[in-house]
Design a binder for this molecule. Structure first.
Ligand code: NDP
Length: 482
C-alpha cells in the first residue's frame, strides 16, 4: 500500500468520528513525549534531527515520487524543494544550541548585584498546518525549527498531499524511534480547525490569508499564539541600469518554476521605461522556450480550482486592455498551463495585479524608474518577498520595499539560506520561520536574575532607611540627567 493510500484510509476513518478524536489523541501522545525530548538538550536533539535528514536522503526517490504524484511537480522542482528543506533542517539542528541556550546579559548599575541570564524554552506542543504547494519544505520550515527548539509537533498536512505528510512521520520514526515527538494527522480543513482547538501551545499556519484569518479566530478564545505564513504578490523591480537578460531569466524562473505555485513567486514585474521595450521583447522570446507539462520545465497545476483562478485573471486583464506578449487564455489546458503567460500594460486595479494568481503568469508593467516600481510594489496589501535588478543602488531599493525578504540581482534565493528569517507583513502574515528568528518563534524567552551579593544601596525592601532613599534619589537624578 502506498503512503497516499494509507493516509486516505486514515482520513476516511477520522471522517466517521470527526477529526477531534484523532487530533486530540495525537496531541496527547506528543505532549507525553515532549519533556524527554526537551531534556535531551540541544546537542543530542541536533544529532537526532541530522539522522532524520540522512534517512530522508536515503529514501529520496520515494519522496520525489510522492511530490510528482501528489503535487504534480517535475523532478527538478521536487529536488529544489527538498534541497531547501534539508538545508533548513541542518541549520536548525546545528544552531538551536548557540541561539537558544542560556546566556548572560549585563545587569546595569541599579541591578549590579544580580546575575542576569536569558534562555529560550520550548512551548511544549506546536500544531503545524501546511499547504500543498511545497508539502515538504513549507511544513518543515516550522517543524524543523520547532523540534530543534525542544518542542513536540503535530502536523496537519494539506488534504491534497497526505502521503507526503505520512512519509515525513514515517522517516522521522525510523530515524528517531526513541522520541515519538512528531505526529501527523491527515484530514481536511476540519482537522486543521480541530488542531487549533486542541490545546496545543502554539499554531504555525502556512496557507491562504482567508484560512489564516479563520485559524487566528479559532485560536483567539484560548489565546493560543499563532504564526501566520500567508500568500504573496511579489514583485521584481527592474531598474534602468539593470542587466536585462538576467532580469528576464529571473522573472521567468521566479514566476513559473513550480508552475507559479509559490507563495514568494514573482507575479508582477515593474520595468523602468528606459529598458522596458527590450525587456518585453526578450521575455516574449524566452517564454517560448519554456514548457509546462509532465516532461516540461514545470509541472501541472495541483488543483483544478487554481486553474480557474489563473484563467479568470488572464481574461480579466485582457478585457481591461492588457496585451498578452507570451501565451494567453489558450495556454490553460487542464491540468497544465502549457507555457508562461506574460501580460503587459495591466491596469493596477486588475485582479492579476492585486490578487494572488498562483500560476505561471507574469504581469509586466512599465514604470518611469525604479523608484516608481518600488512605490507600485508597496501599494500591494501583501508584503512577503520581492526582488530588485539594478547594477547600482540595488540594496538601497531593496531596503525600501515593504517585504519580509528581498533578493538583489536574483530571485527567491533567501528561501534556501538557513540563517535568514522568512515571513511577511500585511496580508502575508506575521512571525518568522527559518534562521535564529525562526528558532525563537518556537521558544518562549525566560528571563532570570540571581542575587550575587547584597546591594550597596537597598531600596527595593521595606527595610530601607531614609538615608538610602536620599542617596537613591540623587542617583536617579544624576543618571536621568545624562
Ligand atoms: P489553504 O489556506 O487553503 O490551506 C492551508 C492548510 O490549512 C491546509 O492544510 C488546509 O487543509 C488547512 N485548513 C483549511 N481550512 C482550515 C481551517 N478552517 N482551520 C485550520 N486549517 C484549515 O492554503 P493552500 O493549501 O491552498 O495553500 C496555498 C496558499 O498557501 C497560498 O496562498 C500560498 O501563497 C500560501 N503559502 C504561503 C507560504 C508562506 O510561507 N508564506 C508558503 C507556501 C504557501 P486542506 O488542504 O485539507 O483543506
Amino acid at each position: 500500500m502506498s503512503y497516499a493510500q494509507v493516509a486516505v484510509d486514515e482520513t476516511k476513518l477520522s471522517g466517521h468520528e470527526g477529526p477531534e478524536a484523532a487530533v486530540g489523541a495525537a496531541v496527547r501522545r506528543a505532549r507525553a513525549a515532549a519533556p524527554a525530548w526537551d531534556a535531551l538538550g540541544h546537542r543530542e536533539r541536533g544529532a537526532r534531527l541530522l539522522r532524520w535528514r540522512r534517512v530522508m536522503t536515503r529514501r529520496l526517490d520515494e519522496i520525489v515520487g510522492l511530490l510528482e504524484d501528489e503535487a504534480g511537480k517535475v523532478r527538478a522542482d521536487a529536488l529544489i524543494e527538498l534541497a531547501a528543506a534539508f538545508e533548513h533542517l541542518g541549520w536548525a539542528a546545528r544552531n538551536a544550541g548557540p541561539v537558544l541556550r542560556r546566556r548572560s546579559v549585563r545587569s546595569g548599575l541599579l541591578m549590579l548585584h544580580q546575575r542576569s541570564t536569558v534562555e529560550y524554552r520550548p512551548y511544549g506542543v506546536i500544531g503545524v498546518i501546511g499547504p500543498w504547494n511545497y508539502p515538504v519544505h513549507t511544513p518543515l520550515g516550522s517543524v524543523s525549527y520547532a523540534l530543534a527548539a525542544g518542542n513536540a509537533v503535530v502536523l496537519k498536512p494539506s488534504e491534497h498531499t497526505p502521503g507526503t505528510g505520512r512519509w515525513l512521520a514515517d522517516t522521522f520514526a525510523e530515524a528517531v524511534p526513541d522520541s515519538p515527538v512528531f505526529e501527523v494527522v491527515t484530514g481536511d480543513g476540519a482537522a486543521g480547525a480541530a488542531l487549533c482547538r486542541s490545546g496545543v501551545d502554539k499554531v504555525a499556519f502556512t496557507g491562504s490569508p482567508g484560512t489564516g484569518a479563520r485559524v487566528l479566530a479559532a485560536c483567539a478564545p484560548t489565546l493560543t499564539p499563532v504564526l501566520l505564513e500567508l500568500g504573496g504578490k511579489d514583485a521584481l523591480v527592474v531598474a534602468e541600469d539593470a542587466d536585462v537578460d538576467a532580469a528576464v531569466e529571473a522573472a521567468l524562473w521566479g514566476g513559473c518554476s513550480n508552475a507559479g505555485q509559490s507563495c514568494a513567486g514573482i507575479e508582477r514585474v515593474y520595468v523602468a521605461e528606459a529598458v522596458h521595450e527590450r525587456f518585453l521583447q526578450r521575455i516574449a522570446q524566452r517564454a517560448r522556450d519554456i514548457e509546462g507539462g509532465a516532461d516540461g520545465d514545470y509541472g501541472r497545476m495541483a488543483l483544478a480550482g487554481q486553474l480557474d483562478v489563473v484563467r479568470r485573471h488572464i481574461d480579466d486583464a485582457l478585457a481591461r486592455g492588457a496585451r498578452a506578449v507570451a501565451g494567453g487564455p489558450e495556454s490553460v489546458v487542464p491540468p497544465y498551463v502549457t507555457g508562461p503567460v506574460v501580460l503587459a500594460d495591466v491596469p493596477e486595479d486588475a485582479d492579476a495585479v492585486r490578487e494572488e494568481t498562483f500560476g505561471p503568469v507574469l504581469v509586466v508593467n512599465r514604470v518611469r524608474d525604479a523608484a516608481e516600481g518600488v512605490a507600485r510594489t508597496n501599494a500591494s496589501a501583501y508584503g512577503l518577498g520581492g526582488a530588485v535588478f539594478a547594477r547600482r543602488g540595488g540594496v538601497r531599493l531593496a531596503r525600501s520595499l515593504h517585504a519580509g525578504m528581498v533578493s538583489v540581482n536574483d530571485v527567491l534565493t533567501f528561501t534556501a539560506v538557513g540563517a535568514l528569517p522568512f515571513g511577511g507583513r500585511g496580508r502575508s502574515g506575521f512571525g518568522r520561520i527559518h534562521g535564529a528568528d525562526g528558532l525563537r518563534e518556537f521558544a518562549a524567552p525566560q528571563a532570570l536574575t540571581r542575587r550575587r551579593f547584597a546591594p550597596p544601596l537597598a531600596v527595593q525592601t521595606f527595610a530601607r532607611g531614609p538615608r538610602d532613599m536620599v542617596r537613591f534619589e540623587r542617583l536617579v537624578r544624576r543618571r536621568g540627567a545624562r
